[in-house]
Design a protein around this ligand. Structure first.
Ligand code: HEC
Ligand code: HEC
Ligand code: HEC
Ligand code: HEC
Ligand code: HEC
Length: 290
């Protein structure tokens, strides 16, 4: 599959490049250090100018947010437009940030902003992962004032993974590739561990897809009188396949196993059972004397 280049990769790629220049990926080289001194001095000189610029408080309409921020940062608006939030679903700026500037960044980082819309299996699969469990246990200590930067949090919340560093196109979409996705996890885990997890996830999803295809072809080839029941079972197959995806994406063993693979196996058993039942009934009707 060809991967579509995403504008949002830029800021993350810059950070990854910067890191690679260091000898072990952690310590900056002398040149990088000199560069950052110079940058620091430049920043100090320019600070008063930045501080002078007033941030208007709001409230604003969606059109106002978009037009003012398009002038300031067209890339950010482009990312948002390509993200599923604006194109598919029309989720605007204020859905995540509120209508005023005060606290707008913090609001967008908090899990409750996302879970208000993404209820059901999406939130539940996160809640049943180690990340979700620790986040809940340490709720009082979670400091949402921190920017969503590498390793800034003990456990990742929704935005940490999906809008990492304020990148407005989904940073966990498969087409962002291993460079972006695995790099984000590797802020807290070893790269090898993460690589193996993703490889294992791919295999699990392939198995789930085989089960889905098997169910679909069983249903397609069956000449039966139970179309309604079978179409419900088909929905159930798709639902459980999505659970597997959420289970591996959110690292929830419950969703990979309990709500995922065995649930798919159960669907297949029920489909075969229904088809056999209908065949038996049909053959009885065709040969009543038997
Ligand atoms: C008239 C211009 C203008 C309008 C309208 C506007 N903003 Fe801003 N916004 C700014 C400026 C200036 C900043 C300062 C940071 C920067 O340079 O981007 C800012 C910063 C932000 C930040 C970052 C805050 C932080 O603490 O880092 C967010 C989030 C934001 N705006 C969201 C919105 C939303 C949502 C709307 C609509 C409800 C909106 N803005 C409307 C000018 C505007
Ligand atoms: C799905 C939720 C969501 C939507 C929709 C959304 N944002 Fe954001 N936005 C975030 C998150 C999360 C951050 C990162 C906050 C952080 O840690 O700095 C962010 C960061 C920002 C920042 C600060 C960027 C930076 O690099 O410091 C600005 C400015 C901003 N958003 C403006 C907007 C505007 C304008 C819109 C509408 C076109 C919008 N956002 C739509 C979630 C969202
Ligand atoms: C106002 C409601 C709303 C809010 C708030 C919201 N979303 Fe969404 N989101 C949607 C809708 C609607 C879609 C598109 C339909 C779908 O896939 O569920 C979507 C799509 C997504 C997708 C892509 C799903 C796919 O199929 O590829 C991700 C990932 C996502 N949202 C994460 C988040 C995160 C993280 C936050 C919090 C920062 C958030 N959303 C906030 C409504 C919302
Ligand atoms: C901000 C830090 C952070 C990020 C980013 C992060 N994790 Fe974690 N993760 C943790 C912590 C902390 C734990 C709990 C470790 C423990 O068991 O004590 C954990 C636990 C896990 C576990 C459970 C391990 C077990 O022993 O049960 C898996 C699997 C996992 N993470 C995978 C991932 C993947 C995949 C990503 C990226 C998509 C990721 N993590 C991103 C901090 C992080
Ligand atoms: C550790 C990183 C991480 C965290 C934390 C996280 N997600 Fe995800 N999320 C993923 C990955 C990876 C996927 C799988 C993407 C794929 O392969 O399609 C995913 C999938 C999704 C999807 C479904 C995409 C689809 O194709 O249907 C949605 C919606 C979503 N996440 C929203 C959320 C919400 C809401 C939260 C917080 C309650 C959250 N995520 C927390 C990494 C994360």
């Amino acid at each position: 599959m060809q991967t579509k280049p995403r504008p949002g990769s830029e800021s993350i790629r810059r950070m990854m490049d910067g890191e690679e220049r260091g000898a072990n990926g952690l310590t900056p080289t002398p040149e990088a250090r000199t560069a950052s001194y110079i940058l620091g001095i430049l920043l100090l000189i320019s600070l008063p100018a930045l501080a002078d610029e007033p941030i208007p408080p709001g409230p604003f309409t969606e059109t106002e947010c978009i037009s003012c921020h398009t002038e300031r940062d067209p890339d950010l608006i482009r990312q948002w437009r390509e993200d599923p939030h604006s194109t598919a679903s029309g989720v605007g700026c204020s859905s995540c940030h509120g209508e005023r500037h005060e606290g707008s960044a913090q609001k967008s980082r908090e899990d409750s902003t996302c879970t208000g819309c993404h209820q059901g299996p999406t939130s539940h699969s996160y809640a049943t992962s180690k990340h979700g469990i620790i986040t809940r246990l340490e709720e009082g200590r979670q400091d949402w004032r921190q920017p969503l930067q590498r390793g800034n949090y003990r456990t990742p919340g929704c935005s940490y993974c999906h809008l990492h560093d304020g990148d407005h196109s989904n940073t966990m979409a498969p087409d962002r590739g291993p460079e972006v996705r695995q790099w984000i996890c590797a802020g807290c885990h070893s790269p090898r561990y993460v690589r193996e997890l993703f490889a294992n996830g791919r295999r699990q999803l392939e198995i789930a897809d085989l089960k889905l295809t098997e169910g679909e072809s069983l249903i397609a080839s069956a000449v039966v009188d139970q179309t309604e029941t079978l179409s419900k079972l088909l929905q159930s197959l798709n639902h459980h396949r999505h659970n597997v995806l959420l289970g591996i994406g959110h690292q929830s063993p419950d969703y990979q196993w309990w709500h995922g693979q065995p649930a798919l196996d159960g669907d297949l058993i029920r489909i075969r059972d229904r088809i056999l039942q209908s065949r038996r009934r049909k053959s009885l009707a065709d040969n009543p004397e038997e």
